[in-house]
Design a protein around this ligand. Structure first.
Ligand code: FAD
Length: 563
């Protein structure tokens, strides 16, 4: 064990949320901040070139490459769950679609007792975090968007012709169109804005860490896997981590902040003795605080796809002629960050209602111009076909899963059980979503492009057949949340200031604190959570520090105990 260093704040996890905290907490120069990230630095060019998403989703180095437990309602399939394992975390490997969710989602959080998280409360943070390039081009851009924030939000530099076809077909199917899913009207079909700058990925590491990395009061340690939170009584005082084959301890004078994501944060809490009683007992972990909600309440978006063989060859393929086009695209990218390699691929999509009784959209489409099979793990169909794929997910699933420890070894992946499709409502909504997607694909706009439906194929028409197809082929759309949920009930893990219930000096700040999954992609919401958390943390730290000065108490370690 090396000599213990002390900082004011120790952040475990340098992902979407951790990068925001590292920047905001170190900005004044007053606080010493240490960021621990299990993965390596984000130097791979595949992270930064948007089309590099396909190799990074498959990477074993930049990615935890989790697998779920067999999913009983999905033909007992174990499902692949990529999560980022590098600076920027999942924002370094994600699809870059910039979506906030619906205003209702945040009002719902507030209605569950989470004061300060209504849409009115969080909108200023969404505006603060972004530099929205298209502010003058969208309806009410000034009201809903911000400029000058760290996260650059851009219009796509390249749009595949099939995306425009999808938008026209959406209109023909009777859906509204929208130029901004994050503006006054989420509902409709349109193009996604992307988390990109100058044709390159704008991960949270690029947005928040890069500008802060030379601050003398910020220490970033990569390849540093936190293995437990250190407690003195009920107070978190530091973190143990593994780096270069050795264990090291760092002390936190003010707070420990867990930002290890929806899988990593509950795992770390349980390894540290904070979690459900039975789970701690099962693995002979000394309890610090029994909290039954740790690792429970797991929610995710489940996608079902329809792939159509294309006649007009606009799509991406690995067939010989298409490869020639790819060479041209490489040149376009290298000399000026232009062309198809600036694409996040999921350029178009939309938010629609599964039926007329829904007050707000409950389905989301993502369209990609290729055969998207098994998260890009199976490339064989790309060598055979030109095709386009529409993926549909149900936005507010009722099913709840769990993250549990496989054993007490911190280096073992936890057991993830998404428990997909556990309710009839989740299945019905997805069946409706599948039918809605097919309706759009059947419109005249697609007629010149459509050859035949490759998957599931025209024979699949009845509800029973569609259900079987969903069970056999649905996949994650990468949005796990909820495993350290914010709230005041017995299953809540953190309070509305994101402090872990029952202990002091410890917060969780990442996607795991969402009490319910929002209606959309989760990176912007996670960034908003971390922006707001940084304000809460700094407010509390300032209060504690002035109370200490007033009472002439020593700075460390006991003075921060009050919650
Ligand atoms: C393939 C993919 C596509 C996606 N597409 C989109 C999209 O288009 N748009 C969108 O908005 N969202 C998308 N998402 C989701 C979004 O990126 C995540 O919701 C968001 O990044 C979650 O942020 P987080 O901070 O909670 O976790 P993460 O960003 O995953 O960060 C957790 C970090 O903690 C580190 N860590 C974990 N355990 C430890 C430990 N013990 N010690 C130290 N470090 C640790 C991890 O390595 C990681 O860097 C996608 C996600 C994936 C994986």
């Amino acid at each position: 064990m090396s000599q213990t260093k002390s900082y004011d704040f120790v952040i475990a996890g340098g992902g979407s949320a951790g990068c925001v905290l590292a920047n905001r907490l170190s900005a004044s120069g007053k606080w010493q901040v240490c960021l621990l990230e299990a993965g390596p630095a984000d130097t791979s060019p595949f992270i930064h070139m948007p089309a590099g998403i396909i190799p990074v989703i498959r990477s074993k180095i930049l990615n935890w490459s989790f697998w779920t437990a067999p999913q009983k309602n999905c033909g007992n399939r174990a499902m692949y769950w990529p999560r980022g394992r590098t600076l920027g975390g999942s924002s370094s490997i994600n699809a870059m679609c910039y979506i906030r969710g619906h205003a209702w989602d945040y009002d719902h959080w507030a209605s569950l007792g989470n004061d300060g998280w209504s849409y009115k409360d969080v909108l200023p943070y969404f505006r603060k975090l972004e530099n929205f390039e298209a502010i003058g081009k969208v309806a009410q851009g000034d009201r809903f968007h911000g400029q000058g924030g760290p996260l650059n939000v851009a219009e796509p530099r390249y749009v595949n012709p099939l995306m425009k076809v999808f938008i026209t077909a959406g209109k023909q199917a009777g859906h509204a169109l929208t130029d901004d899913f994050n503006g006054p009207q989420q509902e409709g079909i349109g193009l996604y804005h992307t988390m990109q700058k100058g044709g390159a990925r704008c991960s949270n590491a690029r947005a928040y860490l890069e500008p802060a990395k030379n601050r003398p009061n910020l220490t970033v340690i990569t390849k540093a896997q936190a293995t437990r939170v250190l407690f003195e009584g009920q107070r978190a005082v530091g973190v143990r981590y593994l780096n270069g084959g050795k264990y090291h301890d760092v002390r936190a004078r003010v707070e420990v902040l867990l930002s290890a994501g929806a899988i990593g944060s509950p795992q770390l809490l349980m390894l540290s003795g904070v979690g459900p009683k039975a789970e701690l007992e099962r693995h002979r972990i000394e309890p610090v605080q029994v909290l039954p909600g740790v690792g429970e309440n797991l929610q995710d978006h489940l996608d079902i796809h329809i792939t159509t063989i294309e006649k007009t060859r606009h799509s991406i393929s690995l067939r010989p002629l298409a490869l020639l086009k790819s060479i041209v695209n490489v040149f376009k990218y290298v000399f000026g960050h232009r062309g198809e390699l600036t694409s996040n691929f999921a350029q178009a999509g939309g938010f629609i209602k599964s039926d007329d009784t829904q007050p707000i959209p409950d389905l989301q489409f993502h369209v990609v111009p290729f055969v998207y099979a098994n998260h890009g793990q199976t490339l064989a169909p790309l060598f055979k076909h030109y095709a386009y794929t529409v993926m549909t997910c149900f936005l507010r699933p009722e099913s709840r899963g769990t993250v549990k420890l496989a054993n007490a070894d911190p280096l073992m992946a936890p057991v993830i059980d998404a428990n997909y499709l556990a309710t009839e409502r989740d299945m019905t909504a997805l069946v409706n979503g599948f039918r809605k997607a097919r309706e759009v694909l059947a419109q005249p706009a697609f007629a010149p492009h459509r050859a035949n439906e490759m998957e599931p194929g025209p024979a699949v028409t009845s509800d029973a057949q569609i259900r079987d197809y969903i069970r056999a082929k649905s996949e994650t759309v990468y949005h796990p949340v909820g495993t350290c949920k914010m709230g005041r009930d017995a299953m809540a893990v953190v309070d509305p200031r994101l402090r872990v219930h029952g202990v002091t000096g410890l917060r969780v700040v990442d996607a795991s604190i969402m009490p319910t999954l929002i209606g959309g992609n989760t990176n912007a919401p996670t960034t908003m959570i971390a922006e707001r958390a940084a304000d809460l943390i700094l407010q509390d730290a300032a209060l504690q520090s002035s109370a200490r000065n007033f009472l002439h108490e020593p700075a460390e370690p006991a003075a921060y105990a009050a919650k």
